[in-house]
Design a protein around this ligand. Structure first.
Ligand code: R1P
Ligand code: URA
Length: 288
């Protein structure tokens, strides 16, 4: 079946709508970052950069690091953007851009997020690194897909019971990382369950001028216990990445630079240095 013009959108040069990329312009190993400026902070370590393109918040550099072809792309903030990035990255490998048909044999990508995050456990130090073993979605994006089969339903139930939030407008869902890809990022990384919120302020329990609906939500997350596993940190993309990645058949892991600790109230004195260290660590483990 040929995909309709309104569903799979190509720009005049044939590239995919938002990312403005053609299939040969991406590698099979993809690093995602939230901040468009962080793309150059990764690619400055490449041996060569063969392709650069930007549209909106989606900035992409493809090159090689120690001989391995890697694409680094910014997603902007939030799982709504992850919906665009993951569907269009998948299209780049699994849709024929000439016939506009889905390819008979599917290909999978290795996708590694290098992002910042706030810890909610007091014993996770500022400037440490954490691998998200599970993404817990407090956003709604994945619910628009037929996705219950890839969710951890027992964990979903525990979240609903223990967080006891007025969940009439948020249905938390849990999806695991790709364990094999995650096993590369072992030494020097904390591991845990990462909540992805649909906002940075109220949804992460930050009060500036507006009161939140449940002031106890972060404390309940800190106390949450599921088979002796804890919620460790919060950010804004991981749940959507794990969900879409599992549905589309890609391998994804989310690496977090802990720049804030919500339990202790601290923030990193040099977040750029911490992110740079995570970038260098991740690049070396990707090629190891
Ligand atoms: C919020 O400041 C942003 O930082 C985190 C969150 O997920 C959100 O995107 O990740 P990045 O540093 O990758 O953007
Ligand atoms: N990113 C987030 O989403 N939250 C934090 O607290 C820090 C970084």
């Amino acid at each position: 079946m040929t995909l309709k013009a309104s569903e799979f959108i190509q720009n005049a040069d044939g590239s995919v709508y938002h990312l403005r990329l053609l299939p040969h312009q991406i590698a099979n190993t993809i690093i995602t970052v939230g901040d468009p400026d962080r793309v150059a902070a990764v690619s400055k370590y490449f041996d060569i950069i063969e392709h650069v393109v930007q549209k909106r918040e989606f900035n992409t550099h493809t090159g090689t690091y120690k001989g391995k072809r890697i694409t680094v792309i910014s997603s902007g903030i939030g799982t709504d953007n992850i919906d665009i990035v993951f569907n269009e990255l998948d299209a780049l490998v699994n849709i024929d851009f000439n016939s506009r048909r889905i390819k008979e044999e599917s290909s999978s990508l290795d996708i590694i997020r290098i992002g910042t995050s706030g810890a909610i456990q007091p014993d996770i130090p500022i400037d440490s690194f954490l691998v998200s073993e599970t993404g817990i979605g407090m956003d709604a994006m994945l619910h628009f897909y037929d996705s219950e089969h890839i969710q951890d339903k027992a964990l979903n139930k525990a979240l609903k019971e223990q967080l006891d939030f007025p969940f009439n407008h948020v249905v938390p869902y849990a999806v695991d990382c790709d364990m094999e890809l995650a096993s590369r990022f072992d030494k020097g990384f904390y591991r845990g369950m990462t909540v992805s919120n649909c906002g940075f302020y109220g949804p992460q329990g930050r009060v500036l001028r507006l009161p939140v609906q449940d002031p106890e939500l972060n404390s309940k997350m800190e106390r949450f216990n599921y088979k002796n596993r804890k919620i460790t940190n919060m950010e804004m993309e991981t749940s959507g990445m794990y969900g879409l990645s599992k549905l589309l058949g890609h391998h994804t892991v989310s690496l977090n630079a802990i720049v804030a600790n919500r339990a202790t109230g601290e923030f990193s004195k040099d977040p750029a240095a911490t992110v740079d260290k995570l970038i260098r660590t991740a690049l070396d483990l990707i090629v190891a």
